[in-house]
Design a protein around this ligand. Structure first.
Ligand code: NAI
Ligand code: ISE
Length: 336
């Protein structure tokens, strides 16, 4: 069976996912596109999804009998409305992170899915599919003893002017919020944020960099540096200190060159390249499950927990240095 996919949001990652579905992965085809800016959908259609129909609204795309499954790749604040519409239409839905930019929105999705009684939402936390993170998780579970500390960094070379301080949490740190919880098999109890002096390349409405401190139920202390105008490259670091040893996320594969009395090791500059394989695997997972009418992978519950944590981190930005408590509701049986 070929899963007929409709994609809402034909921007940077929407285009990438359309390309991988139509040109890299088997078992699915993009048959429908929609974007609030129709020209973006037309561009992606002309370049990659030649036979796709362009819909005037995401809702019309979701309701079309031509569409079996939905990909939501529009701006974060618009995800909720489309995921809820996909749930109402009972169609498998892959939603890019964040599931919703605030916990209230993610809760409405969880409530709707629980009411429906069957999982239909996969959240785009692709790091869980990254070979480096998978190897790190194995080392944490079986080699380094119980975790005590985590040191992580999320560095982007640059972000646009419209990227404001809370986005460092719900658009960027959200990856660490999810992947560290998954790596440690733990949940968060509090968040704090500290700001050093503002970097010279930071924008008017962005305090960059910042350090987020998270504490977990098991007592692990995590520090994550988020530096989104670091200039030198796209650099994701993660080191876990355990009772018996330390495990570190591997660097992406790169040729080392010895030249002119130096050892040169290139650093990537784009998230598209850093996690290219993980995006392929997460979407393969989605296509395989959607072919059977369901989903697998990161759940709406994971998206909701990430959003609750993200809300606490944003509050912690506003009250610099102060710990903000994170209280999670009981997990519904659907997600056990
Ligand atoms: P973008 O700005 O390049 O593209 C977003 C597209 O959505 C634009 O074409 C815009 O016109 C469209 N759009 C906005 N509101 C819409 C609406 N109400 N209905 C239909 N279309 C609408 O943004 P980008 O970078 O592609 O990000 C999109 C989402 O993907 C965000 O949630 C972002 O956090 C996530 N993302 C995830 C990444 C990952 O590593 N998993 C990497 C980059 C983005
Ligand atoms: C972007 O939306 C992503 O998800 C990238 O993976 C992340 O590195 C970047 O900071 C976000 O803006």
């Amino acid at each position: 069976m070929t899963v007929r996919i409709g994609v809402i949001g034909a921007g940077a990652i929407g285009r990438e996912h359309v390309r991988r579905i139509n040109q890299v992965l088997a078992g699915a085809e993009v048959v429908a596109l929609s974007d609030v800016n129709r020209a973006s959908a037309e561009k992606v259609k002309a370049e990659i999804a030649l036979t796709a129909e362009i819909f005037e609204s995401g809702e019309a795309l979701i309701d079309s009998p031509k569409v079996d499954a939905v990909l939501v790749t529009s701006w974060g604040a618009t995800h909720e409305q489309y995921v809820l519409a996909a749930l109402a239409a009972r169609k498998p839905c892959f939603c890019e992170k964040p599931l919703a930019t605030i916990a209230e929105g993610a809760k409405r999705i969880v409530d709707a899915e629980v009411k429906h009684g069957k999982r239909l939402v996969q959240v785009g936390f692709m790091r869980r599919y990254d070979v480096g993170y998978v190897a790190l998780k194995q080392a944490v579970a079986s080699r380094i003893g119980a975790p005590i500390l985590v040191h992580a960094a999320h560095r982007n070379p640059t972000v646009p002017e419209q990227y404001v301080t809370p986005m460092a949490i719900h658009d960027t740190l959200i990856h660490e919020i999810d992947v560290l919880r998954w790596l440690l098999d733990d949940d968060y109890v509090s968040a704090r944020v500290l700001f050093p002096r503002k970097a010279a390349r930071s924008h008017a409405k962005l305090r960059d960099p910042q350090v987020v401190l998270l504490e977990t139920k098991k007592g692990v202390l995590i520090d994550v540096e988020v530096f989104v105008n670091c200039h030198y490259g796209y650099d994701i670091q993660c080191e876990i200190v355990g009772e018996d040893g330390v495990a570190k996320l591997p660097e992406p594969m790169a040729v080392k060159v010895r030249l002119d009395a130096s050892l040169q090791n290139p650093i990537l500059t784009d998230w598209k390249d850093r996690f290219v394989d993980s995006y392929d695997v997460e979407l393969r997972d989605f296509i395989n499950a959607a072919a059977k009418g369901g989903v697998s992978g990161p759940t709406a519950w994971d998206g909701y927990v990430a959003a609750i944590t993200s809300d606490a981190c944003v509050a912690a930005q506003e009250r610099e240095g102060e710990p903000i408590a994170i209280n999670l509701p009981t997990r519904p049986a659907l997600y056990n």
